[in-house]
Write a new protein. Structure first.
Length: 247
């Protein structure tokens, strides 16, 4: 979420003084009649120097303003379009917004594109250092050498099975490090319940599995000499028998 916010603000080239959100749990919520932001949101807005406003519950006027903007994107833009990837969606959306922002809006009295320069001039400047965005987690790599992110499983090189790894993800990539070494790098998949495997990881896992089976194979049976029964008779001093047959 915050990675998407930062990308949009970076494209805009300025930071609005107030960011409005409609009660998203990852941003914050109203408790005891006052808004309470999450730790991640506090860190994000602190770097930007902006204020985050969460709409009050049961406030149809404020919520309606946000929902109308969403509806404007969904109704004129989405119908009749096909997308092959998130990047393709963003490319088509940017091209459409350039046309839509040049159209005159009765509520504004002008086209939105004519107001952008004045609006950005009244906003805050971008921070000198970008805020921390994305997702990260540390875990011990399981035996199946896959890590899960948003219901999708991404392969990791099996040489680090059982060791602590650091998983980091942004809007485009999912990367895994172990002791500073990059052991996985995948394109992030936005579909649900997918398994993403690197062919090099699959091949390495097959080699390690074959080596393990070789080590676990039982040792070859030792050949033991079979002695004649007469040798036992001689050792015990038994007489009157020849090759185990009574005379």
């Amino acid at each position: 979420m915050y990675a998407g916010w930062w990308r949009l603000l970076h494209q805009l080239g300025a930071v609005p003084r107030v960011l409005v959100w409609d009660g998203e749990g990852a941003v914050g919520r109203w408790r005891a009649r006052q808004p309470q932001l999450t730790t991640a949101c506090q860190g994000f807005r602190g770097v930007l120097g902006a204020k985050v406003l969460i709409c009050k519950p049961a406030d149809p006027e404020a919520k309606g303003g946000i929902e109308r903007l969403h509806d404007y994107l969904e109704r004129p833009f989405l119908p009749g379009r096909t997308f092959i990837s998130p990047a393709d969606f963003n490319t088509q959306l940017q091209a459409w917004l350039q046309l839509a922002n040049r159209r005159r809006k009765r509520s504004l009295g002008c086209a939105p594109a004519e107001r952008i320069a004045a609006d950005t001039a009244a906003m805050l400047a971008l921070p000198p250092a970008p805020p921390t965005t994305g997702w990260q987690n540390t875990l011990r790599l399981p035996r199946d050498h896959y890590v899960r992110l948003n219901s999708n499983d991404y392969s990791v090189h099996p040489s680090v099975i059982g060791r602590r790894v650091l998983v980091r993800a942004d809007l485009a990539r999912v990367r895994v490090w172990c002791d500073g070494d990059l052991v996985a790098d995948h394109v992030r998949v936005w579909a649900r319940h997918q398994t993403i495997s690197d062919p090099a990881h699959v091949k390495a896992a097959q080699i390690l599995r074959q080596q393990r089976f070789t080590l676990l194979q039982p040792a070859t049976e030792t050949q033991v000499e079979q002695r004649r029964l007469a040798d036992y008779d001689t050792a015990l001093g038994v007489t009157g028998f020849d090759e185990g047959v009574a005379l």
